[in-house]
Design a protein around this ligand. Structure first.
Ligand code: ZN
Length: 162
């Protein structure tokens, strides 16, 4: 009996992510994705679908927005003056930006447009409100090391190097 996927396992998968008929991301032409199971390294719906799976298993699952990147929030996008960001901040569409307000509330936005003097940020992840279709093949499963558990991410090839 070999390992099955669960909390505290480092899992490597090949996956293709499609939404609304378009392929958004795939590892098929490159290295598999390595993630630490149980700490939100992949969206909750995908993590749940992989529990108990073994090496070689093929998983096809549709993840609802609530278990993916969230439902769309009813808050407008904002135009933020470029000079509110550090001068060397490499603003790019799709990048997350986050911080804390005066009351200590953590907020996160995603950049949607970059203009000369303004950056437009949206409170929704680019994939908020979208159903995600994952096609996954389980490549490898191993126990996480103590330092991986402490850091909350995998180390070594395909993971963090530090
Ligand atoms: Zn680390």
């Amino acid at each position: 009996m070999s390992d099955v996927i669960g909390d505290g396992k480092v899992v490597s998968i090949h996956f293709t992510l499609q939404a609304e008929g378009q392929t958004l991301d795939t590892t098929q032409d490159g290295e598999p994705l390595l993630y630490l199971h149980g700490v939100g390294g992949v969206v909750p719906g995908l993590e749940a679908a992989l529990v108990g799976k073994s090496v070689g298993d093929h998983v096809v699952t549709t993840v609802d927005p609530a278990d993916g990147y969230g439902d769309r929030k009813d808050e407008p996008a904002m135009r933020v003056p470029r000079n509110q960001f550090p001068a060397d901040f490499p603003a790019q569409p799709g990048m997350p930006v986050g911080g804390e307000d005066e009351e200590g509330n953590v907020f996160s936005y995603w950049i949607t447009h970059v203009e000369d003097d303004h950056v437009v940020v949206d409170p929704n992840h680019p994939l908020a409100g979208v159903s995600l279709e994952f096609d996954v093949r389980v490549i490898e499963i191993r126990d996480a090391t103590a330092s991986e558990m402490e850091h909350g991410h995998p180390h070594g090839p395909g993971g963090a190097h530090h």
